[in-house]
Design a protein around this ligand. Structure first.
Ligand code: FPP
Length: 265
């Protein structure tokens, strides 16, 4: 099906073979690789940072919509440990975005009962970014609805390395032949702050047509459903989020086992 977005400058072709069904469960944890801001800007002959600014507006719309749909955790990949390689000007802009985002959006987050969390190597972020993040966490800490979890200066391999190192430190003092379990690794990852049944995303979405994971939640996505859309992140919207969830609702999740019908046979 072709959908025309009058406010945007092109058609986005999306397979609408998976209509969202409000009566079916939505994924408890959705993680999104927000890609395509630069291309969105370049298509309009704008500087790349204009794409990031528009991308921030998309974050607001998707956060509100996901919260209203009943999603428990929304994890957004906002800045990777590899993104420091970008030109200084762009990195500076990306480090200012959380400040602008929380400055303008915390009242709405409070209204929506959304709780902010940030996972990543936050100690290496500029002081003003750290402060914005800290304030937003503090201002929303009493909220009991959806967790809005920003991955900021996040990289999955570094996360796993840190988890194993901290685990090793903990257990090597207790025992000479320490036993390591999956649950222990799970708890030491940056998603360990979540209840165990919410740590792994059920659905991972990547925008912009790229079909790769880019060092995002490598442990946690072992059984996640993946959804790739050609829409550039600034063009992503609540309708496309529902498309992605519709696709998830049609999938047959077996976690390595058999679907119930096959079990009977
Ligand atoms: C990838 O697009 C996007 C990023 C590296 C930044 C993501 C940031 C936002 C969506 C802004 C919102 C952030 C907060 C904290 C509210 P790209 O630049 O790699 O795009 P390209 O592949 O088209 O060049």
């Amino acid at each position: 099906m072709l959908r025309f977005f009058p406010q945007k400058d092109k058609y986005i072709k999306e397979a609408a073979e998976h209509p969202f069904d409000a009566a079916l469960p939505v994924p408890k944890h959705i993680a999104i690789i927000m890609d395509g801001n630069g291309r969105w800007a370049q298509n309009r002959r704008l500087p790349r940072v204009a794409g990031h600014k528009e991308g921030m507006e998309t974050v607001k719309k998707i956060t509100t919509h996901a919260s209203r749909l009943g999603v428990n955790v929304l994890t957004l990949y906002a800045f990777s440990t590899e993104n420091w390689k970008r030109p200084n000007e762009e990195v500076d802009y990306l480090m200012q975005l959380p400040v602008d985002f929380f400055d303008t959006f915390v009242p709405e987050l409070i209204k929506e009962n959304v709780k902010v969390h940030v996972m990543g190597f936050t100690e290496s972020l500029p002081v003003h970014t750290q402060e914005a993040v800290r304030n937003a966490i503090e201002q929303t800490k009493g909220n009991t609805g959806m967790v809005l979890n920003f991955a900021l200066n996040y990289g999955s391999r570094a996360e796993m390395l840190q988890a194993v190192q901290s685990l090793y430190k903990e257990i090597s003092v207790e025992s000479e032949q320490p036993e390591i379990t999956e649950e222990m690794i799970d708890q030491h990852l940056m998603t360990g702050f979540l209840p165990a049944d919410l740590r792994d995303p059920e659905l991972v979405i990547r925008t912009s047509g790229e079909e790769r994971i880019s060092n995002f939640l490598l442990w946690q996505i072992a059984y996640s459903e993946l959804f790739f859309t050609k829409a550039l992140w600034p063009d992503f919207d609540p309708v496309l989020l529902e498309d992605a969830i519709g696709s998830f609702q049609q999938r047959n999740r077996r976690f390595g086992g058999l679907k119930p019908k096959e079990e009977e046979e």
